[in-house]
Design a protein around this ligand. Structure first.
Ligand code: BV8
Ligand code: ZN
Length: 254
């Protein structure tokens, strides 16, 4: 565990964060890494399923070609996620939501751990693994509590698919637009645990920076966004976010 003295943050970040009224947070798989959720990239490797890179099995084309294989991939990931709990990074971000006049949490994660940590109004840019939707009438089904997911749509009888955004598919209607509008108006933008490779999600910190926000990245590794950020805090989100909060808002517990 990093001691507080080692977390070097600039006076600029301390001042901006302490005075902030509108805070924006974008998260990726890295924020869930300390909960045991495997990331997609990192260590130079890319996740592979049965010989297929994840952006092949997680693609619109694969739903057309082999929906059963797509379900096998997401059933496997649900079984991995089932026992996992939020970590201190999720908890700290949830605590931040009541601390500022305006707070926006946008995630690329489909694991639902932000909500499990108590975050409200999470903008899930890429959907949620605990839901299924009909390929025809788009009826949605919660599959969190069910041991098994329905075989077909109760409304129209057609097939169900994971309610996630696959490569080559549009994001949920309005989700990106709301996220981009809030990024444009924030004072401070935190980019936590993302390799910033997937678009349009990765463009949000650029939008915030262009609008004058102070952009701070939290990641143990440098990313393609590090250059765009005003400040980079190198390390694990579950260690850095609570330390950062104690450092900027002393006497405040998570
Ligand atoms: C679309 C759900 C319109 C499914 C996902 C512009 C340029 C180039 C390409 C494109 C472009 N615009 C569109 C594209 C195509 C594509 C894209 O971006 N391709 C990439 C690969 C180049 N985008 C799309 O297809 C998007 N749709 O644009 O629609 C359209 C439609 C048709 C044609 C054109 C345009 C839809 C993309 C969404 C796909 N679905 N997820 C599933 O989960 O299987 S994406 C999925 O991968 C995640 O949601 C996430 O977005 C991404 C993984 O990235 P990260 O979350 O960042 O995870 P990663 O492992 O990479 O990195 C983890 C990081 O954490 C690392 O940096 C590591 O160092 C760090 N870390 C590790 N431990 C910790 C930590 N950090 C902190 N603490 C720790 N402890
Ligand atoms: Zn239906």
């Amino acid at each position: 565990m990093q001691s507080i003295i080692e977390l070097r943050i600039s006076d600029e970040l301390r001042g901006r964060f302490r005075r902030a009224r509108n805070v924006f947070v974008l998260t990726g798989a890295g924020v869930s890494a300390e909960s045991g959720v495997p990331t997609f990239r990192g260590g130079g490797k890319t996740a592979v399923w049965k010989g297929m890179p994840f952006d092949v099995i997680s693609s619109a084309r694969m739903v057309e070609r082999d929906l059963a294989a797509v379900w096998e991939w997401f059933d496997y990931r649900r079984s991995l996620l089932e026992p996992l709990e939020p970590n201190p990074a999720h908890m700290q971000i949830a605590a931040w939501q009541d601390q500022f006049d305006e707070f926006t949490l946008v995630t690329q994660n489909i694991d639902g751990l932000h909500q499990k940590a108590g975050s409200r109004g999470v903008i899930e840019l890429h959907g949620n693994i605990w839901r299924a939707r009909c390929v025809t009438c788009h009826a949605r089904y919660d599959i969190a509590s069910r041991q098994s997911r329905p075989d077909a749509c109760f409304e129209c009888g057609d097939a169900l698919r994971p309610d996630v955004v696959l490569f080559g598919e549009m994001l949920p209607a309005g989700a990106f637009e709301v996220a981009a509008a809030n990024a444009q108006r924030c004072d401070v933008c935190f980019v936590v645990g993302t390799s910033a490779v997937v678009y349009p999600a990765a463009s949000l910190p650029e939008i915030a920076r262009a609008a004058g926000a102070y952009v701070c990245e939290v990641n143990p590794e440098r990313t393609s966004l590090s250059e765009v950020c005003n400040e980079v805090l190198t390390g694990k989100a579950g260690e850095i976010l609570p330390l950062l909060t104690k450092n900027v808002f002393p006497g405040q517990s998570c």
